[in-house]
Structure formats: C-alpha cells, structure tokens
Ligand binder design. Structure first.
Ligand SMILES: [Zn+2]
Length: 176
C-alpha cells in the first residue's frame, strides 16, 4: 500500500487519452489499493487513473456515510462507462484533488447508470444512481475522457477560478 503523488492541474497528463484495462492481475489490485490510499490521504471521495499519472480506465470511490465516516464502502471500478442518464439535471458544489483549493457549482444529471468491471473482471452495474454517488460517478468518468469539472464553467467563471487557484497554489508552495 502506498500513497501516490496526485497530478495537479494544469498538468497535461490530466488530458491524456486513457486505455481500457485488459489484464486483471496483482499489479491492477496494487494500483487500486494505492489509489484508495492516495484518495483517503487527501480526504477525497473519488479518484481516477489519470490523477495518479496512470492513463488507464480505473476509478476508485468511497462516499462517506451520514456521520462523515469513510472506509466503509470503497468501490473499485474498472473500465467504467456511463451508459444511461436521467433527463433531469441537478446542481451541486464540486471539488477535485487535482484542482486543490477550488470548488464550483456544476450541473450534472440527477441520476446515471454506469457499467464497469470489478477487480476480477466480472461485469458490474450501478443502475440509476443519484445523490452524491451519482455525481461522483459522472465526475470520475469525466477524468477518463480528459475532462475536469472546471471545463463546465463559463469562460469568465473559469478565469476567475483559475486566478483563485493560482493564488492558492502560490501560497501553498510558500508553506512548503
Ligand atoms: Zn476530480
């Protein structure tokens, strides 16, 4: 188990195309375990391959319970794809471990269906999932298309957020 370095915006690796996972072996299990460690270390609820510099179709998610506790229900999704979604959309506040210090209100589908494989390669499905898990699934699968939550914002909003972000990054580096 190991905490890996998180790739930070505007690193181009976040935009790289990813490939499907075809080999379900111990290396894959190790990667998934490392990704969960990395996500927990940064207090995240989801993490995608490109965020640890791995251009593979893999996502880990752990939604906290009502008391805010994690480590209860971690999901590892191999080759996940959104295969259906609701017409209805909802807006909620999102952040991303690759864009530290920034949050923004983003419009997402109220619910979605995601098909994926587990670590053994067995087909699995989340059907019509809404709430925080549904939003997280859309956010993380976006990473596999090289897309970040800030891409949904208008140019003006994105520029404002970028300024805030660069300021955060500068201050953060000073502390180191
Ligand atoms: Zn993210």
């Amino acid at each position: 188990m190991a905490v890996r370095e998180v790739v930070i915006f505007p690193d181009e690796r976040l935009r790289d195309p990813v490939t499907d996972v075809t080999v379900f072996d111990d290396t894959l299990k190790q990667l998934a375990a490392d990704m969960l460690d990395t996500m927990y270390a940064d207090d995240g609820i989801g993490l995608a391959g490109p965020q640890v510099g791995v251009s593979k179709r893999i996502v880990v998610i752990d939604i906290p319970d009502d008391e805010g506790n994690q480590h209860k229900n971690p999901y590892v999704l191999i080759n996940p794809r959104v295969t259906a979604h609701s017409e209805e959309q909802v807006e909620s506040e999102e952040g991303c471990l690759s864009v530290p210090g920034c949050t923004a209100k983003i419009l997402r589908y109220a619910s979605c269906t995601v098909e994926y494989q587990d670590l053994e390669g067995k087909p699995q499905k989340f059907e019509n999932v809404g709430g925080l898990l549904g939003i997280c699934l859309q956010h993380e699968t976006d990473h596999l298309s090289g897309k970040l939550f800030i891409d949904y914002l208008s140019r003006l909003k994105r520029e404002m957020l970028k300024k805030k972000y660069l300021k955060y990054k500068k201050n953060h580096q000073k502390e180191d």
